[in-house]
Write a protein that binds this ligand. Structure first.
Ligand SMILES: C[S@@+](CC[C@H](N)C(=O)[O-])C[C@H]1O[C@@H](n2cnc3c(N)ncnc32)[C@H](O)[C@@H]1O
Length: 291
């Protein structure tokens, strides 16, 4: 893997791609093609009914891998917008060593990544691990809760139903997080909101030094704005913030929460595959600290 580091003195960094995706698509399950209508057409509730009517349901209880297997199998017939096993494995490998005590996931859908990552975090940290999954769609959130309960992860996962920016601010106001900060952030909701929500977290002082941020779908469909923010040196970010001043609030800024340009990051771009066999990449960003 190659890395880029953004520090005050660094020239504008260039992120290089890794070769992680060059082995070809070799997932155990190939999801059905995405198609034009690919979510919120009843398939998510069909998944839930399917899982709870399986004759071997009892073997799924407290068994995250068995539940993920059933979700993957279902998605070979009807596409589901899950992270999938290949990108998922890169992230669980990271979680095993990073062992974050406090995690936030933005965009949970039917809970595939929630179950995969929360069980990895619980294995790495133990019962004190906390995994907050934010999901805007109340039906999807209810599905996540049912599957998280089946997986035996209810003590680790808290599903927050509603819009991400609102929840980030509420977590801060209600002093919910340990030390008020996040150790692991997984961004997988509306692509245009990655930068905006990261800036809110930065502005509220919720991004811990040493934390890891993982952004999905950096190729499909891509997110140049987010990539630029996490790879810019503080000086460049100061310039970006300065430029927007006096011009009204840009779309990626909430209530004047324009981010913390002094936070330095180092990023890895990791190529991989969507579970239906389409090329993608995740961006893994480590928080070096301020200044
Ligand atoms: C790609 S799916 C998430 C997939 C999931 N992380 C996985 O890999 O299993 C994106 C989800 O983000 C949710 N979402 C979109 N905008 C959101 C927002 N602003 N706040 C919270 N959730 C949001 C959508 O309802 C959808 O369920």
């Amino acid at each position: 893997m190659t890395k880029t580091t953004a520090t005050t003195d660094a020239p504008k960094p260039v992120t290089k791609t890794t070769t992680a995706g060059e082995g070809g698509f070799n997932a155990k399950y190939t999801y059905a093609e995405q198609g034009e209508t690919y979510y919120n057409d009843g398939r998510e509730l069909d998944l839930l009914s399917h899982i709870f009517s399986l004759p071997h349901l009892h073997s799924l209880r407290n068994n995250p891998p068995a539940i993920l297997h059933e979700i993957d199998l279902f998605a070979t017939r009807r596409y589901l917008m899950n992270i999938g096993s290949l990108k998922g494995r890169i992230i669980t490998t990271l979680l095993a060593t990073h062992a974050p005590r406090t995690s936030i996931e933005l965009g949970g859908y039917v809970g595939y990544s929630t179950i995969l990552f929360a069980s990895a975090v619980r294995d790495a940290v133990g019962p004190e691990a906390r995994y907050y999954c934010v999901e805007a769609n109340p039906v999807f959130a209810a599905i996540i809760m049912a599957l998280v309960d089946l997986a035996g992860l209810r003590d680790t996962v808290r599903v927050l139903v509603g819009e991400s920016t609102m929840w980030i601010k509420k977590l801060e106001q209600d002093r919910v997080l340990e030390n008020g900060k996040v150790d692991f952030l997984f961004l997988d909701h509306v692509k245009s909101m990655y930068t905006r929500d990261l800036k809110v977290l930065e502005s509220l002082g919720m991004v811990k030094e040493g934390a890891v941020l993982v952004a999905d779908n950096m190729v499909k469909p891509g997110n140049p704005e987010y990539h630029r923010w996490v790879n810019a040196a503080p000086e460049e970010k100061r310039g970006m913030v300065e430029k927007t001043k006096g011009r009204g609030e840009p779309a990626n800024v909430v209530d004047g929460l324009e981010g913390d340009p002094e936070l330095s990051y180092t990023s890895e771009w990791v190529e991989s595959w969507e579970p239906q066999g389409v090329r993608d990449a995740i961006e893994i960003t480590r928080v070096l600290g301020r200044g």
